[in-house]
Ligand binder design. Structure first.
Ligand SMILES: Nc1ncnc2c1ncn2[C@@H]1O[C@H](COP(=O)(O)OP(=O)(O)OP(=O)(O)O)[C@@H](O)[C@H]1O
Ligand SMILES: [Mg+2]
Length: 321
């Protein structure tokens, strides 16, 4: 068996005839078998378009796209036998219980009645829904629903699973539940391609990440490699007085444009090369200038910063790590 589960070369897709822009604009992607690959991008980046093409629901205008060793256009049927899909808006029947839903999905996928029942039991157990299988889905929490969606996408034990924004709209608890469900898949050898807008999600789950913007991959690598792209460590300084932020920026030993300032949090953040020298230098410079700091810390960049940096909009600061 090949080591590659997904290959995308120069994929293009345009919606709405000549007037429309490219949703995919020469996208390249390679996913190794048995890994979790994160596709990270903002609204409209082309994530769902990519997933729909990979899942044979949409044809690319041009380019080569292969999933589980088969071409998605010429061998769509072969591809469909080997994949599972958790869409951005999943469809389970609200009135039915979790168990009934899974049984129904099993029958739709041509499992015999007994096999469908056994498979439903297995999957409910595996995703911590064993006790709630009889309850109508409309009484499920968001996290439970999403785990049921995930179970439904695994009915046929797919080689390759696509998850389109699996945790969008969930609270932190629901998100953690879905994350551990996804992690439990990976040991089984399933290849997972997951799209997300949450940098933390890609950081938590993905072996490798492709950052997508305007239909292209603008960066690719492990979370650590992507973080290294922004120039290594950062120093964060929280001042007592937001009025002194400007003066403090001028004291830092880096170009002014590299400093991120967040007045609401009285915070400034700058990339550093030599950690210790930077720390002692900043402490001394602030002291000499009579600027009082509430907190000074060295840290690794967050993926948020990597993303803002890559998409050319990095002069804001989000949650520090
Ligand atoms: N059916 C369609 N007809 C016309 N344009 C579309 C259609 N579907 C998507 N697009 C456009 O293609 C681009 C990519 O959309 P896509 O849904 O793939 O993005 P996305 O990354 O999944 O975004 P989101 O994070 O909001 O789900 C967008 O500009 C979108 O407006
Ligand atoms: Mg989408």
């Amino acid at each position: 068996m090949a080591d590659t589960a997904i290959t995308v070369e120069e994929a293009r897709k345009k919606y709405g005839g000549k007037a429309g822009g490219y949703a995919l604009d020469g996208l390249d992607l390679t996913v190794a078998r048995g890994t979790v690959h994160g596709v990270l991008g903002p609204n409209g980046a082309g994530k769902t378009t990519l997933v729909r093409i990979l899942a044979t629901l949409l044809r690319p205008d041009s380019g080569r796209v292969e999933v589980a060793g088969h071409d998605v256009v010429r061998q769509a049927y072969e591809v469909r036998l080997r994949i599972g899909l958790l869409g951005q808006h999943a469809a389970v029947d609200e009135e039915l219980g979790g168990h009934q839903n899974l049984e129904m999905f099993g029958r739709l996928h041509h499992l015999g009645a007994r096999h469908a029942r056994v498979r439903a039991d297995e999957l409910l157990e595996r995703f911590g829904l064993g006790d709630t299988g009889r309850k109508p889905v409309k009484q499920y929490s968001g996290g439970m629903r999403r785990r049921l969606d995930l179970a439904a996408s695994l009915i046929t034990d797919p080689e390759v699973l696509f998850l389109d924004e699996p945790t969008t709209g969930l609270d932190p608890r629901g998100r953690t539940e879905v994350w551990s469900a996804v992690r439990s898949l990976v040991g089984g050898g399933t290849t997972v391609l997951l799209t997300t807008q949450y940098l933390e999600e890609a950081d938590q789950l993905a072996d490798r990440i492709s950052v997508v913007d305007a239909g292209r991959v603008i960066a690719d690598g492990t979370a650590d490699q992507l973080k290294a792209l922004t120039g290594g460590d950062r120093i964060d300084v929280v001042l007592r007085d937001a009025g002194q932020l400007g003066a403090a920026v001028a004291l830092l030993p880096v170009p002014k444009d590299d400093v991120c300032v967040d007045p609401d949090r009285r915070l400034l953040s700058a990339p550093v090369t030599d950690r210790m020298a930077a720390l002692s230098g900043v402490v001394r410079a602030l002291e000499e200038a009579g600027i009082e700091a509430e907190d000074i810390a060295l840290r690794r960049p967050t993926l948020d910063e990597v993303f803002l940096h890559l998409t050319g909009d990095d002069h804001r600061v989000k949650e520090p790590a």
